[in-house]
Design a protein around this ligand. Structure first.
Ligand code: MN
Ligand code: MN
Length: 331
């Protein structure tokens, strides 16, 4: 099972909205070599893993796969932040749609001029599970042959291609929000090149001077340099809440995918960064809670709070009413 911690794996650095950068980042989310694929590929390889003697490899796949869930979360949130407010609409929040002919009567006109119209038309200035050309993410990207060496080889190829594409996206935008997330993912891709390359080394492969791919530590990108100085390319997380992972038996010793050497280390999880909730966007009818619906939400919250404070009274009320168990009471 998986637990969720309400923190982001890396910081979202504030900057101006940038819908073009948001669309470039869609490739890193829902593209053939994006975070949705890495997440699914490693988790399916872990779910289908055979052979008890190979547990440390299974645990390594689980650790990286779980981290990729957090990367999907990070890049999707980054895309949302880059889109949010990009129409620069300053309409009245109590009158979501201005009267035609008045100033600001086409609050979403930006959708016709910038990148992916679906960011405004299908969603409400949020990320989509598609690539930068709008193609939907596909399960057929996922590679899981059941042959450990072959799967690990594909994983090195996947991390390397992902890293190559992110280095290219870095060069497409100077937006600080976009670059901070791209830089983090470039360095973590290098850590994952290390993870799978190390696993293959333990299975007899000699990497010589092949890694990292692309052939740079990317230290010329200042945001990347900062993370390299912290050794983020040499660390792998197990995300094992009960600390049962044996991934550290594989991920240790000299780093294969590092141009200046270094020793590999494992940890349970990174400390993370605070998450915040996006503002409402009346011009997108998002979230669409009018005063009547808001009153209902408020009433439900108060009822659940009352249940939580007085579980006995709530249980008795349930017996009488035959009502369904309120999720708030599980606390
Ligand atoms: Mn990733
Ligand atoms: Mn990765």
């Amino acid at each position: 099972m998986f637990m969720h911690v309400q923190r982001l794996i890396n910081e979202i650095v504030p900057d101006e909205p940038d819908p073009a950068a948001a669309n470039a980042l869609q490739e890193g989310l829902g593209g053939q070599f994006g975070e949705m694929r890495t997440m699914m590929q490693y988790l399916f390889q872990a779910f289908n893993f055979r052979g008890a003697t190979g547990k440390p490899y299974k645990d390594l796949l689980y650790g990286v796969g779980t981290e990729e869930i957090a990367h999907v979360e990070l890049i999707a949130t980054t895309i949302s932040r880059l889109l949010d407010g990009s129409p620069r609409y300053k309409g009245s929040p109590t009158k979501p749609v201005d009267e035609p002919g008045k100033g600001g009567a086409t609050p979403l006109s930006i959708a016709l001029d910038h990148s992916n119209i679906h960011h405004y038309l299908v969603g409400a200035q949020g990320a989509l599970p598609v690539d930068a050309a709008g193609n939907p993410w596909s399960g057929s990207y996922v590679y899981n042959s059941g042959n450990l060496v072959l799967d690990l080889l594909y994983n090195v190829m996947l991390e390397s291609t992902g890293r190559l594409q992110k280095c290219r996206i870095y060069e497409m935008t100077d937006n600080k929000t976009a670059r901070a997330t791209i830089a983090y993912l470039i360095v973590r891709d290098q850590a994952h090149e290390n993870a799978y390359a190390k696993a293959l080394e333990t299975l007899g492969v000699d990497w010589g001077k092949t890694l990292p791919i692309p052939k740079t530590n990317a230290e010329r990108f200042p945001e990347v340099k900062k993370l390299l100085d912290q050794g983020l390319h040499l660390k792998q997380y197990t995300f094992s809440a009960d600390d049962m992972s044996e991934a550290g038996k594989v991920f240790r010793g000299a780093a294969p995918a590092s141009m200046d050497g270094g020793e590999l280390v494992t940890d349970i999880a990174p400390p993370g960064f605070p998450m915040d909730i996006a503002v409402e966007r009346p011009e997108e009818f998002g979230p669409g809670l009018d005063p009547e619906l808001l009153a209902l939400v408020q009433a439900t919250a108060e009822l659940e709070l009352k249940d939580a404070e007085d579980p006995m009274a709530a249980a008795n009320a349930e017996k009488t009413n035959g009502a369904k168990k309120s999720p708030a009471k599980k606390k």
